[in-house]
Design a protein around this ligand. Structure first.
Ligand SMILES: *Cc1c(COP(=O)(O)O)cnc(C)c1O
Length: 388
């Protein structure tokens, strides 16, 4: 029934606001037209605020991984030593990309579900002063952990290494002031906190990172960032721009400006608190500690019931899509995405459905307990706001 009501509470792709959907129905225009150039130039400028940077924000056609690959191929030459911080599936992906480009990869690891220890990063950098770059994941989507980038950046800034951050599932939902913290490359994608369909990746580079781009000897063509920067200065893109997605992006930026970045960050913190409180009230285990939890995705587990059957029940009976675990966590945990176009009301609905799914899966929970706990968190936050 009502297939179009399927609620996407997975950590990407995320739901698209109706204004943004409507923007994509605009008739096509030429990517070299004056109209497109004006729109593109304006969009690129507005994006800087979301990245909290004075640097150019480059927009490329491709999924988030294309942006990660561009970050590697534009600064790493074969034989360069890099440190990759690995605490989940996306950290592992950075390792694979680095190795594909011939880098010598050192790993600094955290157990899945835990944060990377910034001291360990500093120690590894001290042992390897010839490190070209450190690759970090801001929100490790596979575990729901937010890694301490500010602390890591402080350690990396004390060395010659560049800091490259995968912020695909955090930028636009969680504070990440690129210039202030001294991050050299920030990469994100369209289909997570930015409320867009999949298909765009974004990169911003520091002056030091641009220097490394000039010096890199790795082969690259479509993702040669110098071409994107050069064309951006002429208000265009080197190859045919994904025009429809740029229409949508302009609308997203309007929504961002209307809500305000601080309010957006606060909303995600509220969604995180409501979700965690509901899970606790239902007597289920949270996979990450309070201090390590991401405001964009909450992992629940390890679970004693059949997680995959539970997810299927939710999808089929309740029109609610949530994510399962990845790799060795498959069948162990489930993940609730609450980033982008997600309000407290949306979340209450998801939690109410979660309770039905749990009971139908034979899990002993008391109906309404999760909802009530989440409502209380929301009410409390409203009171704090009202009382100043
Ligand atoms: C979603 C995601 C990516 C990008 O994946 P694509 O499927 O290539 O868009 C990269 N890193 C993180 C942390 C992600 O959550």
């Amino acid at each position: 029934m009502f297939q179009e009501q399927m609620m996407l509470r997975i950590p990407g792709p995320t739901p698209i606001p109706p204004q943004v959907e409507r923007a994509m129905n605009r008739p096509m225009i030429g990517h070299r037209s004056g109209e497109f150039s004006r729109l593109f130039a304006e969009t690129a400028t507005r994006l800087k605020r979301v990245f909290q940077t004075e640097q150019d924000v480059l927009v490329l056609a491709g999924s988030g991984t294309a942006g990660l690959e561009a970050a590697v191929s534009n600064v790493i030459s074969p034989g360069d030593k890099v440190i990759v911080l690995v605490g989940g599936n996306f950290g592992e992906r950075f390792v694979k990309i680095g190795e594909a480009y011939g880098a010598t990869v050192l790993r600094v690891e955290a157990r899945w579900g835990e944060q990377i220890d910034p001291e360990l990063v500093a120690l590894t950098l001290a042992e390897h002063p010839d490190t070209k770059a450190v690759f970090a994941t801001h929100c490790e989507t596979s575990t729901g952990v937010l890694h301490p980038i500010e602390e890591i950046a402080r350690r990396v800034r004390a060395t010659d290494a560049l800091l490259i951050v995968d912020a695909v599932s955090s930028l636009g939902a969680v504070e990440l002031p690129m210039d202030e913290w001294g991050i050299d490359i920030v990469v994100t994608g369209s289909q997570k906190a930015l409320m867009l369909p999949p298909g765009l990746t974004f990169l911003a580079l520091s002056a030091r990172a641009w220097q490394a781009v000039e010096e890199s000897r790795a082969p690259r063509f479509y993702f040669d960032l110098r071409a994107y920067r050069k064309q951006l200065q002429a208000n265009t893109t080197p190859y045919t721009a994904p025009v429809t997605l740029i229409f949508a992006l302009a609308e997203v930026l309007t929504l961002f400006e209307a809500e305000g970045l601080t309010a957006i960050y606060d909303r995600h913190l509220l969604l995180q608190a409501m979700t965690r409180s509901a899970i606790r009230a239902l007597g289920l285990p949270l996979f990450t500690s309070e201090a390590a939890a991401s405001p964009t995705v909450t992992s629940v587990g390890p679970c004693e019931f059949d997680v995959e059957a539970f997810r299927k029940t939710l999808r089929n009976d309740c029109n609610l899509a949530i994510a399962g675990g990845q790799q060795h966590l498959k069948g162990q945990i489930f993940r609730i995405g609450h980033m982008g176009y997600c309000s407290p009301a949306d979340l209450l609905q998801a939690i109410a459905l979660l309770e039905i799914g749990l009971i139908r899966s034979g899990v002993q929970v008391e109906l309404g307990q999760g909802v009530r706990a989440a409502q209380a968190v929301w009410l409390e936050q409203k009171e704090v706001v009202h009382h100043g």
